[in-house]
Design a protein around this ligand. Structure first.
Ligand SMILES: N[C@@H](CCC(=O)N[C@@H](CS)C(=O)NCC(=O)O)C(=O)O
Length: 205
């Protein structure tokens, strides 16, 4: 059985939990308490020297980098619906996985980390930078979703799970995108049972 080190408050871990839950792969859930700094403990650094979640253990195989974990699971279990083999769809999946990591992840962290998790200690310059970059970059995502219901075509793939994990995170900072295509697409991903299972408990629940 897999072991997954994660946190429900991690945008990067959320996408891995979404896939595991959606396709019904069993895993041992190893929760890392981010608030208590457990990700910097010597015990966890021995598992992931980056001090970040998620990390997946599969026997003696240890993987960090959330999108790499998604690809690994899809290849290992032949999840071609989630990681299509047809070249055009595969290229779209790879493009949006990388775009998310390179173009969206940093501004999402700037906004959410500094408004939600660091509160008064949050870096106001980073928040401003994050909002500015989101304003420039979210329209690119919105335009792509004008063409087709999901990032690689007619069905959701790991690119959608990965991207939606970041969009959900923006909601924690009351910064959900206002673009209509993103909202409609995010609504569809939010209905997936696996995605729902990846979400943190609602405040007061
Ligand atoms: N590139 C990594 C990023 C992982 C990452 O940034 N995880 C965050 C939580 S969303 C984390 O553990 N942050 C703690 C830190 O960087 O100190 C991935 O995709 O898995």
């Amino acid at each position: 059985m897999y072991a997954l080190y994660h946190s429900p408050f991690s945008q990067h871990a959320r996408r891995v939990v979404s896939l595991l839950e959606e396709v019904g792969l069993r895993y041992e859930s190893k929760l890392i308490d981010m608030g208590k700094g457990e990700f910097r403990s010597p015990a966890y650094l021995a598992i992931n020297p980056n001090g970040q979640v998620p990390t997946l253990l599969d026997g003696d195989i240890k993987i960090h980098e959330s999108n790499a974990i998604l690809r690994y699971l899809c290849v290992k279990h032949n999840l071609t619906q989630w990681y299509p083999e047809e070249l055009k769809a595969r290229a779209a999946v790879e493009q949006w996985l990388d775009w998310g990591q390179c173009r969206l992840s940093a501004p999402v962290v700037d906004v959410v980390l500094n408004t939600v998790f660091l509160g008064e200690q949050g870096d106001k310059v980073a928040i401003e930078r994050g909002h500015q970059q989101l304003a420039e970059r979210l329209p690119i995502l919105d335009a792509a979703l004008e063409q087709q219901p999901f990032l690689a075509g007619e069905r959701p793939t790991i690119a959608d799970l990965s991207m939606a994990s970041m969009i959900f995170h923006l909601g924690l900072a009351q910064a959900m995108p206002k673009q209509a295509n993103i909202q409609s697409w995010f609504g569809k991903i939010s209905e997936l049972r696996g995605f729902q299972a990846s979400l943190p408990p609602k405040p007061g629940a």
